[in-house]
Design a protein around this ligand. Structure first.
Ligand code: FES
Length: 136
């Protein structure tokens, strides 16, 4: 599945840092591709790895999870749990035949709007180069 102009990317953003960072990108007019569909979650630790598998199953070309920088999680250690879970998830995705490059985890603070825009732009460009998941 893809959007009109390229890959469909699902982005799970933690409410406290990365969603605010995406908001900052908007208010500071840092443009990024509209290929990302953002889902706001309370914490990156809330993102069940099976949700990511489900995204790929439903046709997403790529998934981005963004949360607070290590040590900055609003719930103290949610991003440490997610970091460990996602390390294991990569092995599962590989087993399922989904290229590991299609799943990305980033730490983005509320003040890093421009960085968020850069991450999404770069990730989108990489996925355009890689092509649709169905086509590969
Ligand atoms: S609240 Fe942002 S990663 Fe936990």
């Amino acid at each position: 599945m893809s959007v009109d102009n390229g890959p469909l990317i699902i982005g799970f953003l933690c409410n406290w840092c990365s969603y605010a960072g995406a908001d900052m990108a908007g208010t500071s007019r840092a443009a990024y591709p509209a290929n990302i569909r953002i889902i706001r979650v309370p914490c990156s630790g809330r993102v069940d790895p099976l949700l990511i598998v489900k995204c790929f199953e439903e046709g997403a070309d790529a998934v981005l999870v963004a949360g607070c920088h290590p040590g900055d999680c609003h719930y103290n250690e949610g991003n440490y749990y997610s970091r460990r879970r996602f390390a294991l998830l990569r092995a599962l995705l590989d087993f399922m035949g989904i290229e590991k490059e299609r799943f990305q985890v980033e730490w983005v603070s509320a003040s890093e709007g421009k960085r968020f825009a850069k991450i999404v732009t770069k990730f989108t460009e990489e996925m355009i180069e890689r092509g649709s998941r169905k086509a590969s």
